[in-house]
Design a protein around this ligand. Structure first.
Ligand SMILES: C[S@@+](CC[C@H](N)C(=O)[O-])C[C@H]1O[C@@H](n2cnc3c(N)ncnc32)[C@H](O)[C@@H]1O
Length: 221
């Protein structure tokens, strides 16, 4: 458990994404972390995007834009990228320049400065485990993202949990270190709490677990 003030933790959750770290993010995140620590096939996350992305999509917590670059998209695809970190926004916008891209700098723990009910879908992939608080507290992110999606639209993402899922020994050591440094904030994140928060908001939702990663998808009521 960390004793850093909350604003420091919010800052720490995005600070590693820099011009010199983003070029190696895909290699570390998808070839090493997903495979050996999170134990989630990257193809399952691409399939999650394939199932849920609409022609006017909002992505919150963009990283390098890997999944939107690799998933099925529509002709004239519009993508709005929202992130607290300007380097992530610039990197992902460059990568996705073949689409109609807009960027907005925003903290997902606060209401997003975007039009309400304007998007057909929104993703928050590998975002929740970066933001501080219990799952109950960080579920405000679900509210802020869902507020931007039209009724009947889709919200989805993946997050790495530490309670109620199998966590390997190497993962446990790394998660403890990353939580101490504030790079990850998931030391209390449980599958049961995630299910509860999703069920409280979205009557039609689905959670799929791979390793210690939960993939969730829901219809916005
Ligand atoms: C682990 S990366 C995930 C990137 C990408 N979605 C993926 O699946 O590879 C987390 C991203 O969330 C952003 N982020 C972290 N905390 C945030 C917050 N409070 N509000 C908005 N974005 C945040 C980081 O800057 C980073 O781009």
């Amino acid at each position: 458990m960390t004793t850093k003030p909350r604003s420091d933790l919010v800052h720490a959750g995005q600070t590693i994404y820099r011009p010199w770290t983003l070029p190696v993010y895909d290699l570390v995140a998808f070839k090493i972390n997903c495979r050996f620590l999170f134990r989630v096939p990257v193809s399952e996350v691409v399939a999650l995007f394939d199932r849920n992305v609409s022609p006017d999509h909002l992505d919150v917590g963009v990283g390098t834009g890997y999944f939107l670059d690799n998933c099925r998209t529509a002709p004239g695809q519009a993508i709005t990228l929202a992130d607290l970190n300007e380097h992530s926004l610039e990197h992902a916008a460059r990568r996705l320049a073949r689409f109609e891209v807009k960027t907005v700098r925003a903290n997902a723990l606060e209401p997003l400065p975007l039009p309400k009910a304007a998007f057909g879908s929104a993703s928050m992939n590998f975002l929740l485990h970066c933001v501080p608080g219990s799952i109950r507290e960080k579920a405000t992110v679900l509210d802020h993202v869902a507020a931007c999606v039209r009724p009947g639209g889709r919200i989805f993402g993946a997050t790495v949990l530490t309670q109620g899922v199998p966590v390997g020994a190497a993962a446990r050591v790394n998660f403890r270190m990353w939580n101490r440094r504030g790079l990850m904030n998931n030391s209390e994140d449980s599958l049961a709490d995630l299910r509860t928060e999703l069920a409280a908001r979205f009557p039609d939702h689905k959670v799929t677990v791979h390793g210690c990663t939960a993939l969730f998808e829901a219809e916005v009521p």
